[in-house]
Design a protein around this ligand. Structure first.
Ligand code: SF4
Ligand code: SF4
Length: 452
């Protein structure tokens, strides 16, 4: 709460229908071991990993198959036992064509209760000051190939390090999950608060910080209750935030919880903050306390167009189709399958595409939901300006992008736009503001590359 008794939040933003009811009540289920996994060599921000196995080589569950050699890179591990196949190139929803390592299942697989107790269940350490040295925690995170599971996919060992260049004084764990439909983080907080609290204490130990906050939107009361109970004997504060989109974006969450503003071009570390998602921090606990790499994650498969929405503990690298089939398939009026949620997600063009470490959800929209009204001229209503959490002028940015007026776009700070979609959601004229701004940013990136 702030001084006026209001829940903490940020300026701007929108209130899209939450639609969490489709999958929120579904406890985490385990996907049976698939017959193969397809693992892209680039599943993180930065450089791809380098394959370290050859076709026809046998691999065991959790074995490292790709080495993250570059500074901003992450290693890759197989979630199933099997035999390595020839690599192939696949196209992902963000339009990138990436080499993919394929492992065909063979031999005994880790499954069912064994998998649940390894990833979510059992006792998790809290006496982290005594049990672990900062360097050990950092190295375990790096060896495990952990990246940001909230969707950003930034390698976690770069953020959680005892060698940070900036002094870090606050650790924030992001449990907002503000995208409509998605409930995987909500379920993780409800069903497995243990690894989240343990991972938070481990990350704080590695960073040398005492101030730990987990921020959760107030539309997740059961998650807040479960975390508070688990954190009762620790210094971690669980803070309920106003439900508003995009409350879970880094800059907005840091601003709401600390009052600190991150200026364009700056990072959380510049204001003394390290921030990680709840799923990421649970993976940190698993890596440090149990010595296990990132091989699985929880994904929501949800939406009006799916027969039985679920939250699924799934091996990374299974196809979208496998997950949809596990949920009973698509409804007849399903029209679009999205990686992530409807505000910031990208549509899949091929359901044989595999999920990656950064896939937080699969949302299936119906024909009714994707039908668009006709675009009209700008009404100069200013709603997009009020909604923009970055204090930008979306209508100007979109216009400049439409006519490739790149200098104007730069003058209006187009690079600060993180494509949250709030402006397009609120626009009564149905102007595709985000798509236009995204194209403007792509023109600028091309110009930068040419100049380099
Ligand atoms: S201009 Fe960018 S940051 Fe601002 S509301 Fe639109 S998409 Fe979001
Ligand atoms: S919300 Fe749409 S109609 Fe209103 S000012 Fe922005 S672009 Fe124009």
């Amino acid at each position: 709460m702030n001084l006026f008794g209001r829940k903490k939040s940020f300026r701007g933003g929108v209130h899209p229908p939450g639609k969490k009811e489709f999958s929120r009540a579904a406890p985490i289920e385990i996907l049976p071991p698939p017959d193969k996994v397809m693992l892209a060599t680039l599943q993180n921000v930065g450089q791809p990993c380098q394959p370290i196995v050859k076709p026809r080589q046998r691999v065991v569950y959790g074995e490292k198959i790709g080495e993250g050699k570059a500074f901003v890179s992450a290693s890759l591990h197989t979630p199933i036992a099997g035999v390595v196949q020839r690599m192939k190139t696949m196209t992902f929803p963000n339009g990138r064509h990436l080499p993919v390592m394929i492992v065909k299942a063979e031999g005994k697989q880790v499954d069912g209760e064994e998998l649940v107790s390894e990833i979510l269940g059992g006792e998790w350490p809290k006496d982290c000051m005594r049990l672990y040295e900062p360097m050990y925690i950092h190295d375990a995170i790096s060896d495990a190939g952990i990246v940001g599971l909230g969707g950003a996919a930034f390698p976690t060992h770069i953020k959680i390090t005892h060698e940070s260049k900036q002094p870090i004084n606050t650790l924030i764990i992001n449990g907002c999950e503000c995208e409509p439909y998605l409930t995987s983080d909500d379920r993780l907080m409800m069903d497995a608060p243990g690894p989240i609290i343990s991972g938070t204490l481990l990350a704080a130990r590695a960073l040398g910080v005492k101030k730990m906050i987990i921020g959760v939107e107030d539309n997740k009361p059961r998650a807040i209750k479960a975390l508070r109970k688990e954190a009762a004997d620790t210094e971690i504060r669980i803070i309920a935030l106003k439900t508003k989109y995009p409350q879970g974006s880094e800059k907005q969450l840091i601003g709401a919880l600390t009052g600190k503003e991150i200026l364009p071009g700056k990072l959380p570390g510049d204001v003394g903050v390290a921030i990680n998602n709840v799923g990421t921090i649970a993976a940190v606990a698993r890596a440090v306390a149990r010595g296990k790499p990132l091989t699985h994650r929880v994904i929501s498969v949800t939406g009006e167009g799916i027969v039985q929405p679920k939250n699924i503990l799934t091996p990374i690298g299974v196809s979208v189709k496998t997950l949809i089939d596990f949920c009973g398939g698509l409804k007849p009026d399903a029209a679009r399958v999205i990686a992530g949620g409807p505000m910031m997600g990208f549509a899949f063009t091929d359901l044989n595409t595999p999920v990656t470490k950064g896939t937080s959800g699969i949302t299936v929209l119906t024909e009714n939901e994707v039908r668009k009204e006709q675009e009209t001229g700008c009404l100069r209503c200013g709603r997009c300006v009020d909604a923009c959490p970055m204090h930008l002028v979306p209508t100007k940015l979109a216009l400049a992008s439409r006519y490739k007026a790149l200098q104007v776009a730069e003058d209006y700070n187009i690079r600060a736009c993180f494509e949250c979609g709030s402006c397009a959601f609120i626009c009564p004229a149905q102007i595709p503001l985000v798509q236009l701004i995204r194209s403007g940013k792509m023109y600028l990136a091309a110009k930068d590359r040419k100049a380099a």
